[in-house]
Design a protein around this ligand. Structure first.
Ligand SMILES: [Ca+2]
Length: 150
């Protein structure tokens, strides 16, 4: 499945694949090249193969939707059972699942909201239950003040 095929799922936005050098100090490599005018408008969600926001990176811009990693080829399937850290923007809530098709254990990863929204993103290192086990996830749009889905 190519990036173009995401349109079949109703996705609107852009998917970027990249890599961030790991090792010590990797946690300081926040995604700051979002291109938005201020952090209240932070919109991209980032998934990393390594802890502390390092390693191969999957960037989803303006992409609320449901992503079943096991059923994607090439691009997203490369992240199946590999994600170790996530950076969630103030405009989104991410729910990760250990099973394909949104099954298994799940965990909600909220972006910063309320006063914290000015940070732009909230960063997560996945715990042992979810590290290298996530096979699907959902991204929901939320109100930046309340953190509740809109
Ligand atoms: Ca990993």
């Amino acid at each position: 499945m190519s990036v173009l095929d995401h349109a079949l799922f109703g996705y609107v936005g852009t998917i970027h694949l990249g890599s961030v050098l790991g090792g010590e100090g990797g946690g300081k490599q926040w995604p700051t090249d979002h291109g938005d005018q201020d952090n209240q408008m932070a919109t991209a969600t980032y998934f990393y193969k390594d802890a502390n926001l390092s390693g191969h990176r999957l960037q989803l811009d303006h992409n609320p939707g449901s992503y079943d990693l096991a059923h994607h080829r090439v691009d997203l399937s490369d992240f199946d059972n590999a994600i170790s850290s996530v950076s969630v923007s103030s405009q989104h809530r991410v729910t990760v699942y250990t099973g394909a098709n949104f099954t298994g254990d799940h965990q909600v990863l909220d972006g910063p909201h309320g006063e914290e929204r000015l940070q732009g993103w909230k960063n997560y290192k996945l715990n042992e239950t979810f590290n290298d086990t996530v096979s699907s996830f959902k991204i929901e749009r939320v109100n930046v003040f309340t953190g509740q889905p809109v």
